[in-house]
Design a protein around this ligand. Structure first.
Ligand code: ZN
Ligand code: ZN
Length: 141
C-alpha cells in the first residue's frame, strides 16, 4: 500500500478536512440564502412580489404567517387568555378592553381560519350547522 492508495481512503485526514470545510461552507451558504430571503421578505409583500420569481414563495409565507398567528391565539385562548394586538398585554379571554392600554377588544377569531370555520371566542373548528361551540359553549354564527 503506497501513498496513492491511502489518499483515496475516506479516513485520510486531508480528505476529512476537506469534508469538514465543505460541510461548514454548505451551512454558511444556507445561512446566506436564509438572510437573502429574510431581507427580501422584510421589504416586500405577497402583493408586491406578484409576477416576480418570488411571488409564490411570498404568498406561501403570508399563509404560513396567518396560520402561525391563528395557532398562537388559539393556544392562549385554550388557557382562557388573549393578547392585546396593540400593546401585547396578556388578558383574560373575555376582557372587553385592554387593562393596560385601553384598546377595545374585538372578536378574537373571525369566520375562517386555517381553511375551517372556527368559534370566534376560542378558535375551535366547527361543522356547518352547529349551534354552540363544543369547547367553550359560545353561540356560533
Ligand atoms: Zn393593550
Ligand atoms: Zn369556542
Amino acid at each position: 500500500m503506497g501513498m496513492f492508495d491511502k489518499k483515496s481512503q475516506p479516513e485520510n485526514p486531508e480528505i476529512a478536512e476537506c469534508d469538514r470545510q465543505l460541510a461548514a461552507l454548505e451551512a454558511r451558504r444556507r445561512e446566506m440564502y436564509f438572510n437573502i430571503g429574510r431581507t427580501y421578505a422584510g421589504q416586500n409583500t405577497a402583493e408586491s412580489a406578484k409576477g416576480t420569481p418570488y411571488g409564490e414563495f411570498m404568498q406561501e409565507l403570508e399563509k404560513v404567517d396567518r396560520n402561525k398567528d391563528f395557532y398562537e391565539k388559539r393556544r392562549l385562548a385554550l388557557q382562557g387568555l388573549r393578547k392585546c394586538e396593540k400593546c401585547g398585554n396578556i388578558l383574560v379571554l373575555d376582557s372587553a378592553f385592554c387593562n393596560k392600554c385601553g384598546e377595545k377588544l374585538e372578536a378574537l377569531f373571525q369566520g375562517e381560519e386555517t381553511g375551517q370555520k372556527v368559534c370566534s371566542r376560542c378558535g375551535t373548528p366547527y361543522a356547518e350547522g352547529t349551534a354552540f361551540c363544543t369547547n367553550c359553549g359560545n353561540k356560533l354564527a
